[in-house]
Ligand binder design. Structure first.
Ligand code: AMP
Ligand code: MG
Length: 328
């Protein structure tokens, strides 16, 4: 299948996320130049803002009326300290946009400050910031939501590869899904369909969870896996790259249990929208921990949902039963 068959919105999104992946790669490979002090987040801040600016600019040019709900706000860049960050953002944006002024960059970033509406795009420019700083996995996550339904989802994972798809070794993985049409890895202008695994035995199943212990409840993940007799130790990975791994069939179960430090935390829409559609269109299943569908109709957060369970579909009901029995 060819990319052009997915329609103009999806084609625009693929082109834009592909550029965002290149930008992310150039910042991540220059991390050493940032002379980091401990807990310094500056490289990921630069990548976050630069990617939101890139997407905001591109959307404004292609679809001037469209809404973008992004994770970042331009406000902090307007301060005195913001000046040096802006300089770096301009440097990394230059190959894609040429010379630009501070005011233009601020305008592009603030394109992503819209509220949710009947239809809008949502963007996490760098999902998995801890992974990005570690030189590890992260994802550019972009989705189009209409009337609460995710209609287009993209995950650009510059460091993710699949053994079965040799092209991903060099360039990473860009997945796109269109509701009702399917999910694919983008290889230049060609699309290669992705499919979840057919694994239906927990003993042989591969689970995947957050690498950052503070983002999940590792104890609960372990209890559920033990209850389900899962024998293989779970893969630990940052960001929605995890959803891409399930969609591509390299893992079968993905848990988002809330951290015990923040039991009432609500997940942001951009942390799930793209990944959810990609898994569903690859044949998998996604609900919250109570078995409810994720409700993208409640503004910027999944206010009506608790945690997330992603599976290949075959394992979903039994995993939900275990969660219920353990009163998680
Ligand atoms: P991960 O899948 O571990 O890379 O998680 C990435 C996402 O977790 C980020 O986009 C954050 O929005 C979210 N996050 C950050 N802190 C927490 C927390 N304490 N509990 C749950 N999720 C978090
Ligand atoms: Mg995120």
């Amino acid at each position: 299948m060819e990319l052009s068959q997915l329609g103009s919105q999806a084609c625009w999104a693929v082109e834009t996320v592909s550029q965002a992946m290149q930008l992310g790669r150039s910042v991540q490979s220059a991390i050493r130049d940032f002379k980091l002090t401990k807990d310094d987040r500056s490289p990921v801040t630069v990548a976050d803002f630069a990617i939101q600016a890139l997407v905001g600019r591109s959307l404004k040019r292609k679809y001037p009326e469209a809404f973008l709900v992004g994770e970042e706000k331009a406000e902090s860049l307007r301060s005195e300290e913001g000046k040096s960050v802006l300089e770096k953002i301009l440097h990394y944006l230059k190959p894609f946009v040429g010379n630009a002024s501070d005011m233009e960059v601020l305008d592009w970033v603030s394109q992503g400050e819209k509220e949710t509406a009947e239809e809008f795009w949502t963007l996490d420019p760098v999902d998995g910031t801890k992974g990005f700083i570690r030189g590890d996995q992260y994802a550019v996550a972009l989705a189009f939501i209409r009337k609460g339904q995710v209609e287009i989802g993209l995950l650009g994972c510059p460091n993710l590869s699949f053994e079965t798809i040799p092209e991903t070794r060099e360039k990473g993985t860009l997945m796109v899904a269109v509701k009702g049409k399917g999910a694919w890895v983008v290889l230049d202008k060609q699309l290669m369909p992705v499919r979840v695994s057919k694994q239906n035995q927990f003993q042989k199943a591969v689970a995947i969870r957050s690498l950052e212990k503070s983002h999940t409840n590792s104890g609960r993940v372990s209890s559920v896996l033990e209850t389900l007799s899962v024998e293989i130790p779970p893969i630990q990975m940052d960001s929605q790259a995890k959803h891409a791994v399930v969609a591509g069939g390299d893992a079968d179960l993905l848990f988002y249990f809330l951290s015990p430090d923040e039991p009432n935390r609500k997940i942001k829409i951009w942390d799930q929208a793209a990944g959810v559609l990609i898994v569903e269109e690859a044949g998998g299943e996604v609900t919250d921990l109570d078995g409810l569908p994720l409700d993208f109709n409640c503004g910027r957060k999944l206010a009506k949902n608790r945690g997330v369970l992603v599976t290949n579909g075959f394992l979903h009901n039994n995993a939900l039963d275990a969660i219920k029995r353990l009163k998680i």
